[in-house]
Design a binder for this molecule. Structure first.
Ligand code: SAH
Length: 363
């Protein structure tokens, strides 16, 4: 990924304390091992893990069944990421909530909580900012500032669950950032979220969305994690895709499609393709025919997303009838396709726009 320049990042507003290791990112076994190595009983590991992932303790002081000296030792060595609610916008239409969370070092990230018929879905960020440079996306405007730790990803889910007073049943990693560009933290996040003795979310109910980093798609396929993989496709040809997504130059369409097929073959998980509909770019009858040819024979679903206009970018969404016609053309060719229902229309800044406005002092 080194060819992609890291564009200027924002200065953080508040400097946080020098953080220790993110203990939320550690498995129960890893914590138990650290306990043993420091002369403690192994069962302390499970106690700590349960405080973190079942009771969602915010500090070591909350862990009242641990000796005080141990709590102090833990606090000196480890860090429990906290997310401070900087701003919450609630949709009057469907109750969708957008959270702007401040991290301990002052960076801010966005997360969204949506209610569907099957329960609550959390949309979380994987990085502060992003360096993939997709033309229509607000998250990429200031570049990538930093990767999020696994604990910072977990806490987005648990904080929103606390705010809702309800369990979250589905997680989509479709907020700011490219999850496969933060691979190790992503995999840690997935393993901990899926642990039946901790957060206990079915991995089948987690979707990882990627712009198509080919080697990491193969790597993820081999992790034994049955998550759904969504590819941000957005165009049916290499030429058009490159125009919208610079990453396509590095990982050409043919290679990305092969990798997605391999992901399906290895995991048995149906593939999702995201396709942002952009006026004048990718919704012609010819685009529909090419798209149908591209995915023919794959066990997949296409999600059409009317593009969210971003002030700094010239892209607009096509008229609704045009998107519906595009869907019709795909359906006629036997493709499973939906137009993504827009959640929180009234608070609907595009991905990363809330954070972007905040950083610009416009919030
Ligand atoms: N980096 C990951 C996750 C990012 S966001 C990825 O590329 O998949 C999740 C989806 O929202 C992606 O498909 C992304 O391309 C899309 N998206 C970003 N900005 C958008 C906008 N302004 N309008 C519509 N979709 C957008």
């Amino acid at each position: 990924m080194s060819e992609i320049p890291q564009t200027a990042s924002y200065d953080v507003k508040v400097k946080g304390p020098e953080a220790g290791d993110d203990i939320l990112a550690m498995s129960c076994d890893e914590i138990a091992r650290v306990m043993e190595e420091s002369g403690q009983k192994r069962f302390r590991g499970r106690q700590i893990y349960e405080w973190l992932h079942i009771r969602h303790a915010g500090s070591f002081d909350d862990m009242t069944n641990l000796p005080k000296a141990l709590r102090q030792e833990l606090a000196g060595r480890f860090h429990i990421p906290a997310l401070r609610e900087e701003e919450v916008l609630t949709s009057r239409i469907d109750g969708t909530r957008k959270f702007l969370f401040a991290l301990d070092d002052g960076n801010v990230i966005e997360s969204v909580l949506m209610r569907y018929s099957y329960g609550l879905t959390a949309c979380i960020s994987s990085q502060a900012g992003c360096r993939m440079g997709c033309r229509f996306c607000a998250s990429t405007i200031g570049g990538r500032v930093r990767d999020l730790s696994a604990g910072e990803m977990i806490r987005q889910v648990t904080r929103m669950s606390e705010a809702a007073g309800e369990r979250i049943g589905h997680v989509v990693i479709m907020g700011s950032g490219e999850p496969l560009d933060n691979y190790d933290n992503l995999v840690r996040f997935l393993r901990i979220m899926g642990d039946p003795e901790g957060e206990c979310l079915s991995l089948r109910d987690i979707t990882v969305s990627t712009c198509g980093i080919v080697p990491d798609i193969y790597r993820l396929a081999g992790e034994g994690l049955p998550v759904t993989l969504a590819l941000s496709l957005h165009a049916p040809s290499q030429e058009k895709r490159e125009r919208l997504m610079p990453i396509a130059k590095k990982y050409p369409l043919g290679e990305v499609m092969e990798a997605m097929k391999a992901y399906y073959e290895k995991t048995g998980r149906r593939i999702t393709f995201e396709y942002s509909c952009v006026d004048g770019e990718n919704t012609s009858p010819r685009d529909a025919a090419m798209l149908a040819d591209l995915v023919r024979g794959m066990n997949c679903h296409i999600n059409l997303i009317p593009v969210n206009p971003v002030e700094e970018r010239p892209y607009r969404r096509p008229e609704r009838p045009r998107i519906e016609a595009f869907r019709g053309m795909l359906e006629k060719r036997g493709i499973s396709v939906t137009i993504r229902r827009e959640m929180g229309r009234d608070i609907n800044g595009a991905c990363g726009q809330l954070r972007h406005r905040y950083l610009d002092g416009r919030l």
